[in-house]
Design a protein. Structure first.
Lengths: 343, 343, 343, 343
């Protein structure tokens, strides 16, 4: 039984980790920390656990964390950067659900996250945890950078096209839509039900932190510079994310479907939908699946790729568990076999 | 491995059975029927299953159903009444998620459901499947009447008070609130998002089919006549149900909490919340749990009981699986251990 | 043209006043104050006004407020109490959308609002502004206490029954449901979309500030003590409120409908629906109407009254404008003739 | 007082016309027709009107329609095509909220709408009713083709760029998002709350009826062929629409803002937001306004234009009233001055 600890378990990725690991037969959560909620029962904060868990929030420096086999950081950026090293030195694997180790260029990271990156050496050792592009490295990782939600949806949409050199690398547009849970559980006026329900808006249009992460990943796939426009939108729903990606085919007559099918044929969590069937975010709600459709626009070289995930599962905690499974040599689907909650 | 068949699998209780049984290690769904969708792949109708199931809708008289150990009827009323007998004669257990066998008085049933009850003998043999009141009989049942959603929430709220004779049996009021999925998946103008979202209403105030079911159950608990007012409300959400029940304590000074704790101490799916903590329907969303709080109104003999369930799980398909587990001698929690989806 | 000022215009009742008065031909809003937003354009905070208003937030002690004919306080409790007097001395009428002058007993008020009531004399002069019960006094008011949302819905539901002495005054139950906007626009974790959407809960069951306000009002109508249970619920929608009120008829055979029709026949904003038609909160969304239905429960002396309002309009800002119209001798419907926004 | 008739008043554009005209001082709705609801009171179908209207549904050939000054067709396609001529011959102006007269090429129309266009002569006489591009012709129109919702949002987003020849006409992408009311009020399983709430999806990706309408309009503006990709999305909200439009600037250094400000400086219903402020659909909910922002993407020639409307107001019934005002020489803002309903 793998012993897991969660640092910063008061947000949505924290409770989602608890939910998923509750169903995982090979893992036990033995510690969860929160400075603000120290000594409180977890099930008084997250009442979905009432009667099902005796966990109590501890301090992030509680010794029990050092008895774990794996530590999940579900913290604001900057925290994992400072805390990860001590665990790794003790042989404890670290999975950071935050952004501290996603961007390999520390200067670029600092620009977007507004603080210095103090752990250049750790950053070098971190493995970017998108299993569909990086599984072999993940197996050996001690420090795993769990991808952002938008980057996950966009990379899965584009991988077959970029690796097979089917599209122009200039002018890619990713119009992305996310449920509100992506904004976190903090007390934020802009995320009140009365401010977000029955409305849709763009945000971060002039620049969003996931842009450099996506650009870096696409350029690794492409082996060259990628010109990429990314506009996220806030959608009045709790969970769910769609990337609608617009690309120009180099050859208008390419049948791209076989490339998608081939790329993901062995992937347990990526499903290519039948032609003419478009994904709906609800179909992957609460599950770790990504569903993808492609549609060629008639009389044009434009191709539209639609990719949906649950931003809290494949876009965060589910992918973290998938990565943990890979890192510990478990069945990659352990704890993640549930299908989406419909309706 | 128990072989299960589902008759009438095109609605919300059907897909919910598929979702729950997908996680059940001891059961395999080998057949699912629908006249209208015969020969279609199930995952084209319920895309949450895309890539995860090869089931194909068959006709309700397909022979494969006769190879099952248990048949779930997820059909409109009248269908299970006609079809259940043939399976039972073959030794196949039947669980009816509909209303055909819930009301023991065939005349009363006919009044509420607008058709003759043709199977008086079957009706006599049916067991009402609320495990918290009827577990021993369920173990031996061949024909199980799965309770309605409102009746489940209300009975669990009232059982400790009625069996311990703590309240007046006249003047009980149950003000109930349900998500829209309770109205089913049929094309119904009144259940369009634009007709139900951002609104709340009462319905069935002058009489609702769950009233006689609840009244019958409460009177069995009480051993005498119960005067009971029931008003359901439609709430703009997909899943979730709360019964807010108002009763008059016979003795204003009774501390009712110990009776609730005691009644449900061994129940795997009923949780009594701490004093001062009220349930929220979201905390049981997607799970089989029922969470209950009680609150005495100061300077009065009025007691308020709040009981929440997911209407599609403990209020329908989850309770059906729980009953199946009991009927087959499995661990009652098999396939049902997940906690609620939060947020 | 009446000049209006708004103190505390940064919340939902503030923007709702702006919206309603924008459509009022006889009133101009000349000042709106907010300490935190001083000097900001109102249309940068409430973008529904973009291009339609040049108002700028000022300080609450800005001299321009003294040039007004009427001041609306849309402030947390305690603010109007301290500020109203100075305006009234200058002959400026004051309408308090908060709770400072609703409860006539200062001691009782202090108990519920957690501070001393410092203005006993002002409190004595305040008029409770429910036009349907108090129109003549409102005409002469200099200081108007605008009713709470729940109290408005409940009083309108009960007035015909209490004034005509048709029901028992013990055991009245009001199970009330409100949209989330009633909780205000403050940054409050519990009111995030992800915390309130797709869920329903009771709150304030052991005691809510609107309880004494309702009790006081009902006892004035009754001329005697009223025993009243009030349980509010939070519903996942922005606007809308329903009171579902359960009472015991003194005579089971009373036809109560004529009493409702008669009581409200001259009221511009109260509509009694046809028998068998139940109200839906959406039908009054954005409007100042209250729609009411009554339903006798068969074989019982129980009567259910359903009363719906928009909590921000008839439950707050719309009623404030209605009161203003009465206080200034305008047509009571000025600025309030719009029907509900459907869908 | 202008007498208005509505043919096909049972859907969302019908009730929205009734709501808007209820507030219009110069117009009276004297007739509303529906075959299916003939003889029923309108306020029993749309209870927002309860007590506020005595209108009764009549047959579409009722003589009272011939006494009108203007007829609004709020009907499925094909109906206005057959019915409009008779009114026009009598000198009655006709405004078609449907699609029968939007596409000038009858063959193209037939391809998209699946029926023959039988009224070539009427089609020639029809005026496309986007006031911001066509006001002078609208003034003289007897037959007005009210634009589609998506076409309205997209044209307003692109007009300043195309008329001023600032962008490439190949590769324009309009990623559009609509609330569910755009799908109408018919009993449609796919539009149930449980099928659309808490989800987002693309639809009509391979071809949508609004594509040829938009393409035609853009090509009129440009005077040449426009290559245009249009992908609509369904958003879980009742009202609201955003077009997020991606274009390539011919000169990366162009400051486009002055072109937008200049184009719309005299327009009563188009608002250009401040730089860095993005529109939210809620800010125009229930109003006839269109709010637009532009954002240049750094280090690229890509420009993003965000345009929001209420699909039922500026996208349908509000624009129809605006057109009526122009056609009858009324103040263009009559009945349309309300600001958005926030929250």
């Amino acid at each position: 039984m793998i012993k897991a600890g969660i640092i910063g378990g008061t947000g949505y990725t924290g409770i989602e980790l608890l939910r998923l690991l509750h169903n995982h037969e090979g893992v036990e959560v033995v510690a969860i920390s929160s400075r603000s909620l120290n000594t409180q029962r977890v099930d008084t904060v997250f009442a979905s656990l009432a009667g099902q868990s005796d966990l109590i929030f501890s301090l992030p420096d509680d010794d029990i964390l050092n008895t774990c086999d794996v530590i999940f950081f579900a913290t604001p950026h900057g925290v994992a950067m400072e805390g990860a090293g001590a665990f790794i030195e003790k042989g404890i694997k670290v999975i950071d659900l935050g952004a501290d180790f996603r961007i390999t260029d520390a200067v670029e990271w600092s620009k977007w996250y507004g603080m210095q990156h103090t752990q250049a050496k750790l950053l070098d050792s971190a493995v970017y945890g998108l299993p569909e592009t990086n599984r072999e490295q993940i197996k050996k990782a001690m420090l795993l950078a769990n991808p952002g939600c938008y980057p996950t949806a966009v990379q899965l949409a584009l991988k077959p096209l970029i690796t097979n050199k089917l599209i122009s690398l200039s002018g890619i547009v990713a119009d992305c839509k996310s449920g509100v849970s992506g904004a976190g559980r903090g007390a934020n006026q802009a995320m009140l039900l009365c401010e977000t329900s029955e409305s849709l808006k763009s945000y971060g249009v002039s620049g969003h932190r996931h842009h450099p992460e996506i650009k870096q990943a696409l350029e690794i796939l492409a082996g060259e510079t990628v010109n990429f426009t990314f506009v996220p939108h806030l959608v009045p729903m709790i969970r769910g994310m769609q990337a609608t990606v617009y690309v120009d085919l180099l050859d208008e007559n390419t049948d791209v479907r076989p490339y998608f099918v081939d790329t993901y044929s062995d992937e347990p969590f990526v499903t290519i939908l039948n032609d003419g069937t478009y994904p709906e975010t609800r179909n992957v709600k609460s599950s770790n699946f990504c569903q993808i459709s492609v549609q060629k626009i008639p009389n044009s070289n434009k191709l539209v790729i639609m990719s949906v995930i649950d931003n809290l599962v494949k876009g965060a905690s589910g992918q973290a568990v998938q990565n943990m499974n890979i890192m510990f040599g478990l069945d990659e689907k352990s704890g993640l076999s549930s299908i989406g909650l419909l309706p």
